[in-house]
Design a protein around this ligand. Structure first.
Ligand code: NAD
Ligand code: TYD
Length: 347
């Protein structure tokens, strides 16, 4: 079935990769990117798609109901895929308001427009809604137990989506993805930050002991999963999306340094993030039963991501020399270096 998509947050990292995926794989689909262009939104992420007759761009906020309605009605949208969000945990610790605004109220606004028009609605969510997972792997049936303001705002979005399915019979689906990496990731997230820092021989600020675990997945694999879930998911379905393998941050850092031929002396252990979830891990068997398989291990995804940043300084250099500098100073300037290892106080 051909679709006309409203891809909210389509100028951000995963949303833009999803737009590339749709235009490459579904020649009859049309795509309307709807984006507020916050610090994380960047039309450079879509620069080779702007002239495609199947593509349109709307500059607006998902909390602005009239603007959402105008975009949906004006373009004949039948499917909303909501990628728009405030997404960085560290920013949510310093300033949570925008997270509640966009991730909760924005999701509600989109759901209302979808409910009135009986649109297909897909919510892009995160493994962080499950909270810290000391052992084993989260299944979709597990309770959600978010611990950061970011994770709580995303969990609230998930609960609203489920309520619209149960109460109004809206055809909703949710995907809960693990950490994505790849092209066009704003260099505040760890792999894009560390790759671009290491290229410039700048320090890599590892939080605490670096033994936290994440399931780093290739963004293109995640996009394929979302596409499949929108086409094949049943109303109310929730799917985890990840490789099913979590690795430590220290392993991730070593892979980045090795791929770039840089020394371990760039590593700095710094004060930990407050409330840092030490481990996320996903059971992805439900999605695999739908026929999806990740094409990359975390290790392969990290190396491929680093290669992209090494080959595409045109994309990240302007970002890192702009307002990002102020952010970096605020986030890392006061952060004390700490000692880790045998004999050191616990991180
Ligand atoms: P991002 O921060 O790179 O991009 C977010 C986009 O949303 C930006 O283009 C921004 O301008 C836009 N936006 C923000 N507020 C908006 C608003 N009020 N109205 C309209 N547009 C707005 O984010 P990302 O990493 O691409 O994440 C996309 C989605 O995937 C988010 O919902 C996030 O929670 C989820 N997710 C991300 C990851 C990850 O590893 N990055 C993992 C799992 C799930
Ligand atoms: P991040 O990319 O912020 O994703 P999330 O916290 O949403 O999983 O961080 C990934 C991991 O890397 C997480 O354990 C925190 C850690 N991290 C650092 O050690 N240093 C950093 O500068 C950043 C940004 C993250």
């Amino acid at each position: 079935m051909k679709r006309t998509w409203l891809v909210t947050g389509g100028a951000g990292f995963i949303g833009a990769n999803f737009v590339h995926h749709l235009l490459d794989h579904h020649p009859d689909d049309r795509v309307v990117v709807y984006d507020k262009l916050t610090y994380a939104g960047n039309l450079d992420n879509l620069r080779d798609r702007m002239a495609d007759p199947r593509f349109a761009f709307v500059h607006a906020d998902i909390c602005d109901r009239a603007a959402v309605e105008a975009a949906v009605d004006g373009h004949g949208v039948d499917t909303i895929a909501n990628f728009a969000a405030e997404t960085h945990v560290d920013r949510s610790i310093v300033a949570p308001d925008a997270f509640i605004h966009t991730d909760v109220l924005g999701t509600h606004t989109l759901l209302e427009v979808a409910r009135e028009r009986r649109l297909r609605y897909h919510q892009v969510s995160t493994d962080e809604v499950y909270g810290h997972v000391p052992d084993g792997a989260s299944t979709e049936a597990d309770p959600i137990a978010p611990r950061s303001p970011y994770a709580a705002s995303k969990a609230a979005g998930d609960l609203l989506v489920n309520a619209y399915f149960v109460t109004y019979g809206l055809h909703t689906t949710i995907t809960r993805g693990s950490n994505n990496i790849g092209p066009y990731q704003y260099p505040e997230k760890v792999v894009s930050l560390f790759a671009t820092n290491a290229i410039d021989d700048l320090p890599l600020p590892v939080y605490g002991d670096g033994r936290q675990e994440r399931d780093y997945q290739w963004v293109g694999d995640h996009c394929e999963a979302i596409d499949l879930v929108v086409r094949r998911g049943q109303p109310g379905d929730v799917f985890n999306v990840g490789t099913g393998t979590s690795i430590t941050n220290l392993e991730m850092v070593e892979l980045i340094l090795e791929a770039l031929g840089k020394p371990a002396s760039l590593i700095r252990h710094v004060e930990d993030r407050p409330g840092h979830d030490r481990r996320y891990a996903l059971d992805v068997s439900k999605l695999q039963a739908l026929g999806w398989r990740p094409r990359h291990t975390p290790q392969a995804a990290i190396v491929r991501a680093v290669e992209w940043y090494a080959a595409n300084p045109w994309w990240w250099r302007p970002i890192k020399s702009g307002a990002f500098r102020e952010y970096y100073e605020q986030m890392y300037g006061q952060r004390k270096e700490i000692a880790v290892g045998p004999g050191a106080a616990p991180a």
